[in-house]
Write a new protein. Structure first.
Length: 182
């Protein structure tokens, strides 16, 4: 009987050590995930340019560029109204074209649309990009953009024509979709 009890105690010790190892690995991977995004980002910061007013007061259109440092697979992009670390709300962000397989290097995007005012885009927002990198079990979330509360706001009075062009292009696309359905 004592032999059986010693065997159970030994198994208990082994089970306890395995449980501690699993917890340690989980905590270490969580910590590494945070460190990885800061010290070894997949992409560099987004540089925004050519900001234009959208079709409504709560839509902005802009161009941007960033450097991709590592060859990881893009999963999604997330944009938030609100500064990083403060209260924020995720908003809709659309690229002008379909997703592309992008290798390392400089990448440019045009006519991205964001559901917020251009003022919030410049002074009160942040974005993250999510990638699946090889040899990792987790998704890598890289800080992609951080607004500057002191940034100068552009004069968008000339962009009203551009907003009209965007609406007109959307109307034509919708008309073509309706025709294709008929």
């Amino acid at each position: 009987m004592q032999k059986i009890m010693r065997e159970f105690r030994r198994l208990d010790v082994i089970a306890f050590r395995v449980a501690v190892a699993i917890v340690f690995v989980a905590l270490a991977s969580l910590a590494w995930r945070q460190v990885e995004a800061i010290f070894w980002p997949v992409v560099g910061p987004l540089e925004i340019s050519n900001i234009r007013a959208g079709a409504t007061d709560f839509e902005a259109i802009f161009d941007g560029s960033a450097v991709k440092h590592r060859d990881c697979t893009w999963v999604e992009s997330r944009w938030y109204v609100g500064l990083r670390g403060a209260q924020s709300v995720r908003t809709a962000w659309q690229y002008s074209g379909p997703p592309l397989i992008r290798t390392e290097g400089v990448h440019n995007w045009t006519d991205m649309t964001i559901q917020m005012s251009y003022k919030d885009l410049i002074r009160n927002s942040h974005a993250d990009v999510v990638h699946q990198c090889p040899f990792t079990l987790w998704l890598t979330v890289t800080p992609f953009y951080d607004a500057d509360v002191n940034a100068a706001l552009p004069d968008l009075s000339a962009s009203d024509e551009r907003a009209y062009e965007v609406l007109e292009r959307r109307l034509i696309e919708l008309q073509q979709q309706i025709e294709a359905i008929r």
